[in-house]
Design a protein around this ligand. Structure first.
Ligand SMILES: [Zn+2]
Length: 309
């Protein structure tokens, strides 16, 4: 059993130079303009929507501050006790960036500047157990990973996807050499057994052909089962496969087909929910309280509720 690598879900630094304005548009980690003296903040905010530098999707931007939004009900401190918080959150791949400036009372107290961003974990293969959320994020950021992940890791990850999408079902990864091509056993909420075959194809334009269905039907017949699922990282299934599936279903079999597009849509329940919240509770930010935390929660999406289509 490989040893899991310790989980680090954010990287923290205290930069001397700090520029939230540079965050609008594509993220610029090398921003050098001083903040909060840079008053271009609001103009830039209106001009360019933030874009995730990993997946290219639009990021959610949430700000909160006693100087940004004067008279905000959450902030009633004087001029020497101000706070500003700034979050960029990508609901598609879960990349995030969080910046904060906290000035406490007392002119000798240094201003606290926080600049944190998500960091992906790195794994050797086989990918350790319990890393499905990281694998899902990596797939959203780099879709070529669908085709380069080792096939056995893909089988285990498909089992994780089924578990996340079917809370009341039982999912067992059974794949091993000589197993008649069955990689996952899925028992749905109604107690029905499904034999699942996982095909990790090496290229995005691959087409899953009839031979995969033929092999699954052979196994179903030998095992005396009627329900099967073909999961593939290919972009689509072939016409002959669809044609023969219709014949098989006429004879009593039920065959579900999941291609890469459907798998990608099933990633949402596997993704972490607001991973940046861990930073707010880590004691790094001294002035974050429940009201601030709630403000960021209510203004960002939960990827599990994200409707992509
Ligand atoms: Zn993203």
């Amino acid at each position: 059993m490989p040893k899991p690598i310790p989980h680090v879900n954010y990287d923290l630094s205290r930069p001397e130079h700090y520029c939230p304005g540079a965050e609008y548009g594509v993220e610029d980690p090398d921003a050098t303009t001083l903040w909060p003296d840079d008053r271009s903040f609001d103009r830039a905010a209106e001009a360019r929507p933030p874009v995730c530098r990993f997946c290219g999707e639009r990021m959610e931007r949430v700000t909160l501050g006693s100087t940004l939004t004067s008279n905000h009900p959450l902030f009633d401190e004087g001029w020497d006790q101000s706070r500003e918080y700034y979050l960029l959150n990508c609901p598609y791949c879960c990349h995030w960036r969080f910046k904060a400036c906290e000035a406490k009372a007392g002119c000798m107290t240094p201003v606290g500047l926080i600049d944190a961003h998500s960091v992906a974990r790195k794994f050797d293969t086989p990918i350790p157990d319990g890393c499905a959320a990281e694998v899902a994020q990596q797939l959203r950021r780099d879709p070529t990973f669908w085709h380069s992940m080792p096939p056995r890791d893909m089988e285990r990850f498909v089992a994780d996807i089924f578990r996340a999408n079917h809370r009341c079902a039982e999912v067992i990864h059974v794949g091993k050499p000589g197993d008649l091509g069955i990689d996952v056993l899925f028992v749905d909420a109604g107690g029905n057994d499904w034999l699942v075959q996982v095909k990790r194809r090496g290229t995005p334009d691959a087409v899953e052909g009839f031979d995969s269905l033929q092999r699954l039907l052979g196994t179903l017949a030998l095992e005396g089962r009627l329900r099967g699922i073909i999961v593939t990282t290919a972009g689509r299934f072939s016409r002959p496969l669809f044609k023969q599936r219709a014949r098989a279903e006429w004879r009593g079999f039920t065959i579900q087909l999941l291609d890469r597009g459907k798998l990608d849509r099933m990633l949402s329940p596997v993704l972490p929910v607001r991973p940046w919240l861990g930073l707010m509770g880590a004691g790094v930010l001294s002035l974050v309280d429940d009201d601030v935390r709630r403000h960021f929660i209510t203004n960002t999406s939960d990827p599990r509720q994200l409707r992509l289509f």
